[in-house]
Design a protein around this ligand. Structure first.
Ligand code: NDP
Length: 270
């Protein structure tokens, strides 16, 4: 066990523990901000060559300039042609050993007004895009006999929540995709897992708080307290805590872990 007097030292020790053999390459979708940015940063610090992908060139290039990733590609993951071009560009200098499907988005809507457009958007960004990215990298990983695919699902992939039926359907779908593919390729050297965070401190939750404030007239603090109340740990999840799970699943040591849907949820899924 590593005991450290400062958070920085403990962070360095943690990343040293996850250090990857030189030459590994990762692609992190949605790596320009939020959870994906922290995953990209921690993989980079662990010695992995990380390409980040997203729609916004500015946040992606800022992340590279800050040293949190090595390269970036601009694409909307719901555009299969653009996604394929970005993946092929990322692969040009070497194959992708680690795919992190992190790009995602949550929209809310009540049961009495289910909208087909919202449902389609949630499936496209949270499920179909992950399927497309997996489809692009998996054959190469199988041919090489090694690879790590990690999708950031959600506790919404393991249980239902009111007002987010389409998001829950998409996240349950991605967990099912993970479990089925993991079993199918279990002897191949490729592992396929999902990480399922609870409410995590990012723009996504800030947006949820804004929606609650706008729809209910509650204060931001009261809205945050509502979200936190559902979490036994009594606080939101930190992006670093999600990244830590991803680094473990991406490591060589996690070769026997596949088909997992791992809650990082402070006891909510217990
Ligand atoms: P943020 O909103 O902070 O970031 C979302 C990221 O995804 C951004 O980098 C964004 O980049 C990218 N992205 C979104 N849509 C697209 C798209 N169509 N094409 C390409 N990139 C896209 O979200 P989080 O960091 O909170 O969420 C990351 C993942 O974690 C998501 O899958 C989310 O569902 C999941 N999650 C989050 C939780 C939370 O409470 N925060 C809880 C459980 C799961 P850009 O806008 O530049 O394209």
């Amino acid at each position: 066990m590593v005991v450290s007097s400062s958070p920085d030292q403990s962070q360095e020790a943690r990343l040293e523990h996850h250090r990857h053999p030189a030459g590994k390459r990762a692609l992190v979708t949605g790596g320009g901000r939020g959870i994906g940015r922290v995953i990209a940063r921690d993989l980079t610090r662990a010695g992995v060559h990380v390409t980040i992908l997203g729609r916004t060139a500015q946040s992606l290039s800022d992340a590279v300039a800050a040293g949190d990733a090595c390269a970036f590609a601009v694409a909307d993951v719901t555009d299969a042609t653009a996604l394929e071009a970005a993946v092929r560009t990322a692969e040009a200098a070497g194959p992708i050993d680690i795919l992190v499907n992190n790009a995602g988005h949550a929209e809310t809507g009540p049961a009495k007004r289910l909208e087909r457009g919202l449902f389609d958007r949630m499936i496209a960004v949270n499920l179909t895009a992950a399927f497309e990215a997996i489809r692009l990298v998996l054959p190469g990983m199988l041919a090489r006999g090694r690879g790590r695919i990690i999708t950031i699902a959600s506790t919404a992939g393991l249980t239902g929540y009111p007002y987010v039926a389409a998001y829950c359907a998409a996240k349950h779908g991605v967990v099912g995709l993970t479990r089925a593919l993991a079993k199918e390729v279990a002897t191949s050297g490729v592992t396929i897992n999902a990480v399922c965070p609870g409410f995590t401190e990012t723009d996504l939750v800030a947006g949820s708080i804004e929606t609650i404030v706008a729809k209910t007239g509650r204060t931001p603090d009261a809205a945050l307290a509502d979200l936190t109340r559902s979490m036994p740990i009594g606080r939101l999840i930190r992006p670093e805590e999600v990244a830590h799970a991803v680094l473990w699943l991406a490591s060589d040591e996690a070769a026997a872990v596949t088909g997992l849907a791992l809650p990082i949820a402070g006891g909510e899924i217990a």
